[in-house]
Design a protein around this ligand. Structure first.
Ligand SMILES: [Zn+2]
Length: 187
């Protein structure tokens, strides 16, 4: 059973804490924050899933179960759904894999970078900056012309990192768990 609608493009782990058993962390940037990163894969490594979420109805983000063939309680109740893509990055400073859960509307910024540097984007370091908050959020991804010797050594470590399997990137709720959550917030 899988919630993935496409592997090659998804995700989010619905768990906010960095677990000791995981060899990656979720990228979280606040307005104005930035991180020096490198892409660990191109579009062939992107993983896409469908996420339900409705702030106005107090429904927290959770993966849609429709792709698993199981009736999805949130689809039945017509909770808003959008496509999310998980992109794996290397955090140069911290020498760590970051999983970036990107809503469809921000994917264009990533695709633009890949298009501009088709054969080299995995070899270039980028500064990834969040600008704005809420629905005014945007991401600026700009190449870093030159890394320091120390940064270059840290960036090289990405080549020995073990890439998490897509199935480890997302933790989804069972239908009864979703039903329980919906019942508790909806009238
Ligand atoms: Zn659904």
């Amino acid at each position: 059973m899988t919630v993935f609608v496409a592997i090659g493009k998804d995700a989010r782990r619905f768990n906010d804490s960095r677990s000791g058993s995981l060899d990656f962390d979720w990228l979280r940037l606040r307005d104005g924050e930035e991180r020096r990163v490198m892409f660990l894969a191109g579009e062939e490594g992107f993983v896409t899933y469908l996420a339900h979420n409705s702030r106005s109805q107090n429904v927290t983000t959770h993966a849609c179960l429709e792709p698993t063939g199981v009736a999805c309680p949130s689809c039945s109740r017509k909770i808003a759904r959008r496509q999310q893509t998980i992109i794996l990055l290397w955090d140069i400073e911290n020498e760590y894999i970051l999983a970036w859960d990107v809503p469809e509307k921000h994917l264009k910024a990533v695709r633009n970078v890949i298009t501009e540097h088709p054969n080299r984007f995995k070899d270039i370091a980028f500064n990834l900056k969040r600008e704005g908050a809420g629905r005014f959020t945007s991401y600026r991804i700009t190449p870093i012309p030159e890394l320091t010797a120390k940064e270059t050594a840290k960036a090289e470590q990405r080549k020995t990192a073990s890439i998490p399997e897509p199935g480890r990137l997302i933790k989804y709720k069972k239908p009864e768990e979703i039903e329980k959550m919906l019942t508790s917030v909806l009238h």
